[in-house]
Design a protein around this ligand. Structure first.
Ligand SMILES: *[C@@H]1O[C@H](CO)[C@@H](O)[C@H](O)[C@H]1NC(C)=O
Ligand SMILES: *[C@@H]1O[C@H](CO)[C@@H](O)[C@H](O)[C@H]1NC(C)=O
Ligand SMILES: *[C@@H]1O[C@H](CO)[C@@H](O)[C@H](O)[C@H]1NC(C)=O
Ligand SMILES: *[C@@H]1O[C@H](CO)[C@@H](O)[C@H](O)[C@H]1NC(C)=O
Length: 470
């Protein structure tokens, strides 16, 4: 790890270097932090003291929900944004919320190359349930739209090497008015989902207040654990409480949820993407440390392949979601997806950046008055991802910079252009370069020290035979 060195003047003058070493335990639950501060402290009239201070601390901030799941951001498909609460199966049989829709999407995930890339969750959202619980007080699927029931759908999904996610709501009703999970129903609903062999639960927060949520989300986490079935847990809690401390305790969320929605629902529009990116970026100093293996901020679904985004904007959503270490849940029609949208969603380099095992969320480094923003995410093997993002609306903008200007350490770097899908010339940190960024588009790079030994798979696959290489 590079030491970060600085110089501060108070009443004493201190030149200092701080090294932070972190070593994760096997479970990733505990982090040993060793801080070594050494330097020359010159106090008052020229006295020089050389001081070395060791600080040892066990940090508890990195606790993650201990169900072993989602060590990298979960990937898959989620119904809500595209299909909402369309229950009109008589007139819209292919798109209504029914077992047909989920079987169709499971077939596509399994047969069109998605599963192998990591898109394994097939997730139901609101409007799946019958308006009435059964005689034992259990949730049940709408009998007309899910005649086989959820357990049978789970088997269908598992037979194809996929996982099934379901939706509930901590409150009197779900957002669309179906039966909710009040505090007294938490255990029975967790057990029902486990009995059906469901693999993930998104627990929404309509029709509950902050004290119900404070009790209910930790209690559901416990109840899921008590079933003995590993069930990924997505919590909408922060989105209902403004997403920020002091109302939201991200340490606690990381201990009880695998992912959480911090902010409002995504819509099929570029404005919606921008408002989400803005909110997550403005609050990145709070949100970024909350993320890590097993615990992720969720800026909501990918709307790539729907109607609202251009190809440039689609690449931007994919790139920024990868930088943010966001869950990648597509909400689109995989049966009719365009080849352009498919190529973006199946880009191996951007997926491997999203799925980097260190699980460090990236941040915005620069916000230029020209409308260019630069994002960076640290990756394993001393590599990193850079995104140059243009908020301009006129024409491709030529942005001059250097790796040194973007805080890179001295040295030479190999650069791979993620969407051009080709290696670029090796760059010294001091070499100036210009990237041309299209309006509402991105240029995305994978950057690695030039002395690296192992190239990532997407580099090795850079041959004619690879279908993703143009
Ligand atoms: C339940 O929690 C315990 C302790 O945190 C953990 O070891 C176990 O794997 C969890 N089980 C499930 C099914 O999540
Ligand atoms: C929250 O709602 C519950 C009913 O679900 C009610 O009993 C409780 O008094 C409410 N608390 C507050 C602070 O409004
Ligand atoms: C946040 O939650 C953690 C873990 O449960 C707890 O130790 C800490 O005291 C909480 N922080 C605040 C400010 O309540
Ligand atoms: C990363 O860089 C540090 C020096 O900054 C070096 O000690 C370490 O071996 C590098 N790690 C890898 C995996 O290349």
């Amino acid at each position: 790890m590079e030491p970060s060195c600085g110089f501060t003047t108070y009443s004493i003058t201190v030149t200092y270097c701080i090294w932070g070493f972190t070593s994760s335990g096997t479970s990733g639950q505990q982090k040993l932090i060793v801080l070594v501060i050494s330097g020359n402290f010159s106090v008052g009239f020229g006295m020089q003291h050389t001081v070395v201070i060791f600080l040892l601390a066990f940090s508890s901030v990195t606790q993650a929900l201990d169900n072993g799941l989602m060590r990298t951001p979960p990937m898959g498909w989620l119904a809500w944004e595209r299909y909402r609460c369309d229950i009109d199966c008589d007139n819209d049989p292919k798109n209504c919320i029914s077992e047909v829709l989920f079987r169709d999407m499971a077939d596509r995930l399994a047969e069109d190359g998605w599963r192998e890339l990591g898109y394994v969750y097939i997730n139901i959202d609101d409007c799946w349930a019958s308006k009435k619980r059964d005689a034992q007080g259990r949730l049940q699927a709408d009998p007309k739209r899910f005649p086989g029931g959820i357990a049978k759908l789970a088997r269908y999904v598992h037979d194809r090497g996929l996982k099934l996610g379901i939706y509930g709501d901590l409150g009197t009703y779900t957002c669309a008015g179906y039966p909710g999970t009040t505090l007294d129903k938490i255990e029975i609903d967790a057990q029902t989902f486990a009995d059906w062999e469901v693999d993930m639960l998104k627990l929404d927060g309509c029709y509950s207040n902050s004290s119900d949520q404070e009790q209910g989300y930790p209690r559901m986490s416990k109840a899921l654990n008590a079933t003995g079935r590993p069930i990924g847990f997505s919590c909408s809690w922060p989105a209902y409480q403004g997403g920020l401390p002091p109302k939201i305790n991200y340490t606690l969320l990381g201990e009880i949820c695998n992912l959480w929605r911090n902010y409002g629902d995504i819509e099929d529009s570029w404005d919606s993407i921008l408002s989400i990116v803005d909110w997550f970026t403005e609050n990145q100093d709070v949100l970024q440390p909350a993320a890590g293996p097993g615990r992720w901020n969720d800026p909501d679904m990918l709307v790539i392949g729907d109607f609202g985004l251009s190809m440039e904007q689609s690449r931007s959503q994919m790139a920024l979601w990868a930088i943010m270490a966001a869950p990648l849940f597509m909400s689109n029609d995989l049966r009719t997806l365009s080849s352009g949208a498919q190529a973006i969603l199946q880009n191996k380099a951007v997926i491997s950046i999203n799925q980097d095992p260190l699980g460090i969320q990236g941040k915005r480094l620069r916000k230029e008055s020209s409308g260019i923003e630069v994002f960076m995410r640290p990756l394993s093997n001393n590599a990193s991802a850079l995104v140059f993002f243009s908020r301009r609306t006129d024409m491709p903008y030529r942005y001059p910079t250097s790796l040194k200007a973007l805080n890179y350490a001295p040295g030479s770097y190999n650069v791979y252009d993620v969407f051009m899908q080709k290696p670029m010339p090796t760059l010294k940190d001091t070499t100036g370069f210009v990237v041309s960024i299209n309006p509402s588009g991105v240029v995305m790079w994978y950057v690695a020290p030039a002395e690296w030994q192992e190239r990532p798979k997407f580099f090795q696959a850079n041959r004619k035979s690879d279908p993703f290489i143009v």
